[in-house]
Design a protein around this ligand. Structure first.
Ligand code: DLL
Length: 431
């Protein structure tokens, strides 16, 4: 049975949807006029906001990049008086200053509504008990899910991260029915619950996101935690989580088209691609007040799916394969860490935790993958070790078309992650 938080908006299609999008796009264009960056960018491109008369006209507008937001640190992209900003979050970059994002009270309302839609879509409602196992600080996953779940009438446990035993105890003692965390942390939670010999019989739904994860990982988490697992996508620049989410079909993520105008581009040329063509997701948010953006390049690789979803909701994107900037180029071959995860999860003799190291040795890229052995499928014999190692190398070569070095390590010896996993260490010198 389809469940809706806001059926009219969630199933809006065709001309009605386009009318709403165009109206909101024009409103967004009027909002960006108070942002110096946009005044200058549009002027340079010779565009007056009045020139945008159809949704396709958006292609005339230049892209906004993450670096532009960084250059505007801290409040260069805020389009309202600071006194109207109700909350600030930041997203931590790998280098330099974080990206700052702001929300008006209206934004916080719109954001909570998007999350409430997602939670209702996967079947959560009043009576459910939801444990939110992500960072409650500047990371948008904590407060974002928290207020959305409260809006949807769900009981919320703001457990945040850390102390996995305590998390498990609360799930069991409070009769938790749904959890939210990163897929990496969910895997760790499953490991610890198994070590403790604890069952979690009330748990039925897991919502995972904030980093790429494969379908193989989904199967693993569902089997070990006894749940149905849903993919949740978002980024701080577009409020945070809640941008796109899977429904019961779990065949692509519904992107909320009344709030986000979506394009897929070729990341190298900027050319707009059609449905089913893989590229970088570019989004123009349509309801943001404090920090409106035009054609924001997310860096995330996906495609628009063209099939109609039986649930009745509007357009979908495919699960995110990775980021254009996370993609490793090894001896000219493109590799996403999620592909490595997918291969390793198919091999029962190894565990699910891995690390990838990339080096340049004698001018050649070398990729080394460390993966834990799986106690249940490994005799401990040296000959067995070498058999497993060869098997992993072969499976990786078959999928990635790349020779790799594989190092098997003791179960439990690789790092576990509470938030986003950092599994790739690129040690090549960039010249
Ligand atoms: O990660 C927001 C979020 C919180 C999403 C909780 C889902 C759940 P940022 O820290 O700004 O925001 O990081 C955004 O994370 O551009 C993607 O590269 C990646 N990402 C987020 N969700 C997914 C996903 C939050 N489901 C960046 N699959 C994005 C793959 C994801 N990558």
């Amino acid at each position: 049975m389809a469940m809706f938080w806001n059926e009219k908006i969630e199933t809006l299609k065709g001309k009605d949807l386009e009318r709403l999008q165009l109206k909101r796009l024009k409103l967004t264009l009027s909002r960006v006029e108070s942002v110096g960056f946009y005044r200058q960018q549009l002027k340079q491109a010779g565009i007056r906001t009045g020139d945008i008369k159809t949704l396709d006209d958006i292609r005339k507008i230049p892209f906004t990049r993450k670096q532009d937001l960084r250059n505007g640190y801290p409040f260069g992209f805020i389009a309202v008086p600071l006194s109207k900003v109700a909350r600030i979050h930041t997203t931590s970059g790998t280098t330099g200053k974080p990206t700052v994002v702001g929300y008006t009270r209206g934004d916080l309302e719109s954001w909570a509504e998007l999350i409430a839609r997602n939670l209702t879509m996967v079947g959560l409602r009043e009576g459910d008990i939801f444990q939110n196992m992500v960072n409650y600080g500047m990371f948008t996953g904590g407060l974002g899910f928290h207020y959305g779940a409260e809006k949807a009438g769900i009981t919320v446990i703001p457990s945040a991260t850390g102390n996995t035993r305590r998390q498990i105890e609360m799930i069991r003692d409070f009769g938790v029915t749904a959890v939210h965390c990163t897929p990496s942390y969910a895997l760790h939670l499953a490991e610890v619950a198994e070590d403790l010999g604890v069952d979690l019989p009330t748990l039925r739904i897991g919502m995972f996101g904030a980093e790429p994860w494969s379908d193989a990982m989904r199967g693993e988490l569902e089997a070990r935690l006894g749940i149905t697992a849903y993919d949740s996508y978002g980024l701080s620049e577009l409020y945070g989580p809640g941008v796109a989410f899977e429904c019961h079909e779990r065949d692509g993520l519904h992107i909320w088209h009344d709030s986000y105008l979506v394009e897929i581009i070729d990341p190298a040329t900027g050319e707009v691609l059609g449905p089913e063509e893989q590229g970088e997701l570019v989004v123009t948010p349509l309801v943001k007040e404090a920090m409106p953006l035009l054609r924001y390049r997310t860096g995330d690789i996906t495609m628009l799916l063209s099939d109609e979803c039986p649930c009745g909701r509007a357009e979908k994107i495919a699960r995110i394969t990775g980021r254009s900037d996370d993609m490793l180029v090894i001896r000219g071959i493109n590799v996403f860490p999620s592909q490595i995860e997918h291969v390793l999860l198919r091999i029962p003799e190894v565990g699910n935790q891995f690390m990838v190291y990339v080096d340049r040795i004698n001018h050649l890229d070398e990729m080394t993958i460390e993966v834990e052995t799986n106690r249940a499928h490994f005799s401990g014999e040296l000959s067995d070790l070498s058999r497993i190692q060869k098997k992993v190398v072969k499976e990786l070569r078959d999928t990635l078309e790349l020779r790799t070095s594989v190092k098997l390590v003791e179960p439990g010896s690789l790092p576990r992650f509470e938030g986003k996993a950092k599994r790739v260490i690129d040690r090549r010198e960039t010249i």
